[in-house]
Design a protein around this ligand. Structure first.
Ligand SMILES: NC(=O)c1ccc[n+]([C@@H]2O[C@H](COP(=O)([O-])OP(=O)(O)OC[C@H]3O[C@@H](n4cnc5c(N)ncnc54)[C@H](O)[C@@H]3O)[C@@H](O)[C@H]2O)c1
Length: 251
């Protein structure tokens, strides 16, 4: 399905990004993994993708660093799909929220997506590629969740960035959509579930489908957004949250 396509996945050493890279590679895409962690630290994650794309590339890129993003994109002969997925969460109650915590979330989760997507879109337009930009938002980009103001605001920004880019890039045939995962028992939420008892207690009450999601379920939605099946879809936020964002009486 994706033979001959090249895809960048940011945050590809992490749980969701790695699942995305694996599923895109399984369908034939050539994968360019980006992450801030050193190659040695990402060795296992690279290996899992290499099982499907022997030529997988790994580049250490900090998505906050615009010059590094531009240089890494300039190195690519071709670019068809971008999964702008790198992100962080660090809980701090609103009254204790530091300016540093606030700024870090905006810099990585939101400005990082701007840097990567604008640089990629410029290349796609220059190359005449009708590409796909797929951002990782979150269900909490639309619903407030306790103690993560900076994170929820950054994801709300991602949702509007998706719609804004979709509007302006449609004329170039570039489609822009997002996945909005709910609570996944891996990656950022997996760590919170293990380390923050108050988070685990809240999670136990808020998932109508009762179980957290998996990285594979989120990656399958990303694959759908990269596929020919979604050629008429742009500006959408595809939510996979087990019903979390439905109104609840007891949460
Ligand atoms: N896990 C969940 O339940 C969940 C739910 C909703 C949304 N998300 C979103 O999914 C995305 C992936 O998160 P995850 O859960 O797989 O966490 P993760 O920590 O496993 O992966 C995130 C990756 O991003 C990388 N990263 C961090 N800062 C970076 C930077 N400045 N430049 C480049 N890479 C950087 C990290 O090194 C890490 O490998 C994030 O955008 C997150 O907000 C996750």
């Amino acid at each position: 399905m994706l033979q001959g396509k090249t895809a960048i996945v940011t945050g590809a050493a992490g749980d969701l990004g790695n699942a995305m890279a694996r599923q895109l590679a399984e369908k034939g895409a050539h994968i360019v993994m980006w992450d801030i962690v050193a190659r040695a630290e990402a060795a296992e994650a690279i290996q899992r993708v290499a099982a499907h794309d022997a030529a997988v590339e790994y580049t250490e890129v900090d998505v906050r660093d615009r010059a590094a993003v531009d240089a890494a994109i300039a190195d690519l002969p071709q670019l068809d799909i971008v999964c702008s997925n790198a992100g962080i969460v660090e809980a701090q109650p609103f009254l204790a929220l530091s300016q540093e915590n606030w700024q870090n979330h905006l810099d990585i989760n939101l400005t990082g997506c701007f840097n990567v997507c604008q640089a990629a879109a410029r290349k796609m337009v220059a190359d005449g590629t009708a590409g796909r930009l797929i951002l990782t938002s979150s269900w909490v980009g639309a619903i407030p969740w306790p103690e993560i103001s900076a994170y929820t605001v950054s994801k709300a920004g991602v949702n509007m960035l998706v719609k804004q880019m979709a509007r302006e890039l449609a004329a170039h045939g570039i489609l822009v959509n997002a996945v909005a995962p709910g609570i996944v028992n891996a990656g950022l939420a997996g760590r919170q579930l293990r380390e923050e008892p108050q988070y685990a207690a809240r999670v136990a009450k808020v998932i109508p489908l009762l179980e957290p999601g998996s990285p594979e379920e989120i990656a399958a939605a990303v694959l759908y957004l990269a596929s020919p099946q979604t050629a008429y879809m742009t500006g959408s936020i595809l939510t996979l949250d087990g019903g979390c964002s439905l109104f609840q009486f007891d949460a």
